[in-house]
Design a protein around this ligand. Structure first.
Ligand code: HEC
Length: 167
């Protein structure tokens, strides 16, 4: 009687252990797969991230990037000459006539602009006008530095502006 009573109980216990093993085996397999992936040995390890061709992207955005990036060229208090400012900042556009800017040395392009007068040109260079960004995009430039750069560029195209002394 007691044996009969024990057997089903025994079978049940065995069954539930097997059942439990079966139930957690997907978890174990899953863990192994994850671990293998972490160790770089599973099939997932061959799954490379898409290759981003930085050079190609840089090439594509180059004209915009060259125009947009105008690094500060001087610590505050250290005035740069008009030529230095033009070389470092303004020439990014004005050397090549980017965005329709008057090209350095192009008297025909600068003529009507020079006719506006030095003060107006300086004001436009400081505040920006149409596609011309304020201070050529280099906000750390002082008014004097911008004025010096305007004189330098305009004089290259036939003006005789006298830049204020740079501070
Ligand atoms: C991002 C390109 C870019 C940079 C950098 C740039 N300019 Fe210009 N600039 C322009 C464009 C475009 C124009 C023509 C704007 C127009 O008249 O539509 C212009 C026009 C001018 C003019 C003529 C404004 C007028 O009233 O006719 C002056 C002066 C000038 N820029 C000075 C400067 C100086 C000084 C710097 C450097 C500090 C500079 N620019 C940097 C694009 C630029």
């Amino acid at each position: 009687m007691s044996e009969h009573h024990q057997e089903p109980h025994h079978g049940l216990a065995l069954g539930s252990i097997l059942g439990a093993l079966l139930a957690i085996s997907p978890t174990i397999i899953g863990l192994i797969v994850v671990l293998a992936g972490l160790l770089g040995i599973g099939p997932q390890a061959k799954h490379d991230a898409p290759v981003i061709d930085n050079a190609a992207i840089e090439e594509r955005i180059k004209p915009v990037a060259e125009v947009a990036i105008a690094a500060p060229i001087a610590a505050p208090g250290q005035g740069k000459s008009g030529e230095q400012v033009v070389t470092a900042i303004c020439s990014a556009c004005h050397a090549v006539g980017a965005l329709g800017s008057p090209k350095i040395g192009d008297a025909a392009a600068w003529g009507p602009r020079i006719a506006q007068g030095y003060e107006t040109l300086v004001k436009h260079a400081i505040n920006g006008i149409r596609s011309m960004p304020p201070r050529g995009g280099s906000t750390s430039l002082s008014d004097e530095e911008v004025a010096g750069a305007v004189a330098y560029m305009a004089n290259k195209a036939g003006a005789h502006f006298k830049a204020p002394p740079s501070k």
